[in-house]
Design a protein around this ligand. Structure first.
Ligand code: NI
Length: 268
């Protein structure tokens, strides 16, 4: 699959599943802005059938290469980011994985069961990134058990393989050209921002500033019945030039650490 085709499909799935994300996008368009993606992100479990390298395969085949490697000790995650070798405007791809062996036997057994239910054609093909939840209807009891250990694990258990967020490149906006303006614009429209660690993560000195919405709630059919839980969110990023004059292209682990909390459960 070509790069454009991959992102068109991921975007269609993302806005179909997350009406709030589509609303955010529509607000920028209504303001006359042309929205360009800085990056998109996926989550997975560290398991040989579905780890970061398996998720990255379609992107590598479409011309991407690995750039950064990140460790999030507190959240027990590692991540890699990828950039396209020849298309400078193609979004970066950020894929993280939960280091499941740091967790209880209970959590590990849920993950092992989930991974074993992923069909071989997805494990060995290129469509895992589009597959969503392939391990069957989630149990609310298991969701709550996972939440106590890791919000990330609980979210992933319910949603599976979907773009966890798209990210508006503030560098590409004309009127809303600072992160402060973007945040105020969103709050004025009634969107909730993730304020963990402050609304703005990172500084111009760190060459990257990020903010994000809190994930909207979706009604999910659990084995025990329907419950509303947070789904995906939208992120906003502005990059600053490095000493070589080029925009910094990596990620700041300490900022991303707080951005992960955009999908944490919260009281509406
Ligand atoms: Ni992000």
């Amino acid at each position: 699959m070509q790069t454009q085709e991959i992102f068109d499909k991921l975007w269609a799935d993302y806005i179909a599943q997350n009406p709030d994300a589509k609303k955010v996008y529509d607000c920028f368009v209504a303001e006359g802005e042309h929205v360009v993606n800085d990056h998109i992100a996926f989550r997975t479990f560290f398991d040989t059938r579905i780890n970061v390298d398996v998720m990255a395969r379609p992107f590598l085949e479409a011309g991407y290469e690995q750039k950064g490697y990140y460790i999030f000790e507190d959240k027990h995650l590692t991540a890699k980011h990828y950039e396209h070798k020849t298309l400078p405007d193609a979004p970066r791809v950020f894929i993280s994985q939960l280091m499941t062996d740091h967790f209880s036997p209970e959590l590990q057994s849920v993950v092992k069961q989930c991974a074993s239910r992923v069909p071989d054609n997805l494990v060995f093909g290129n469509d895992l990134i589009f597959a969503g939840n392939v391990w069957g209807p989630p149990s609310y009891e298991t969701y709550e058990m996972l939440r106590n250990a890791s919000e990330y694990a609980a979210w992933l258990y319910v949603y599976g393989f979907v773009s966890n967020h798209f990210t508006v490149s503030i560098n590409s906006l004309t009127k809303l050209n600072t992160i402060q303006k973007v945040n105020q614009f969103l709050k004025d429209k009634g969107f909730l921002l993730n304020s963990a660690g402050g609304e703005i993560k990172g500084t111009p000195q760190e060459l990257l500033e990020q903010s994000s919405t809190k994930a909207g709630f979706l009604p999910i059919e659990f084995v025990e019945g329907k419950f509303e839980i947070p789904s995906c969110y939208y992120e906003f990023a502005i990059r600053y030039p490095d000493t070589d004059g080029k925009l910094y292209s990596g990620f700041i682990a300490k900022s991303a650490d707080k951005i992960f909390e955009s999908t944490d459960f919260y009281k509406k």
